[in-house]
Design a protein around this ligand. Sequence first.
Ligand code: URA
Length: 200
Amino acid sequence: MPNTQKAEKLARLAHQVEELTGSSLYEFRQENKYQPVFGEGDVDAKVMFIGEAPGEWEAKKGRPFVGASGRALDEMLACIGLARQDVYITNVVKDRPPENRDPTPREIELYAPFLAQQIAIIQPRVIATLGRFAMEFVLAQFGLTEPGQKISQMHGRPLEAEADYGRVTILPLYHPAVSLYNRDQRQTLEDDFQVLKQFL
Ligand code: URA
């Protein structure tokens, strides 16, 4: 699919998210003058990063991963020679949940089709999940759920999946926020990004 067509399809989807008045998070968005956070980056990206849901800073800016964890993500990308504009970054849930609470099953159900369509349009070769929540969601979507799966065991281990458009590698990663306060975790995340580099 040509770039312009991808961009148009994504813009139409983003507009639908803006108009998602049926979401329980819509009112919270309006009350706080937040914006939905649809996702951004190269529409032809080989690598797509998927986080959980926007935080406050993201909801203020309407852009994914632009707060403290976003800076950590940028640093990790730089470690493997990538910049944000080389990849596509989004979240499972596109509006900020109050107090950064976990999204509810109903909210996930509502926003999940948008993520599925983003994947179908962008057709990434690698999907890197950021954090436990995104990992669990994406593995379930691709039928890769393992019994008793824990991010502590799954991180940095690429898994092969079949998408409608072909093969895709799923790479579970820790959420970049873990690297902010813990040196060991930061090293682990850096090592896992080296795994990602092998797929570029
Ligand atoms: N954490 C997430 O999971 N997503 C964001 O966009 C920001 C922080």
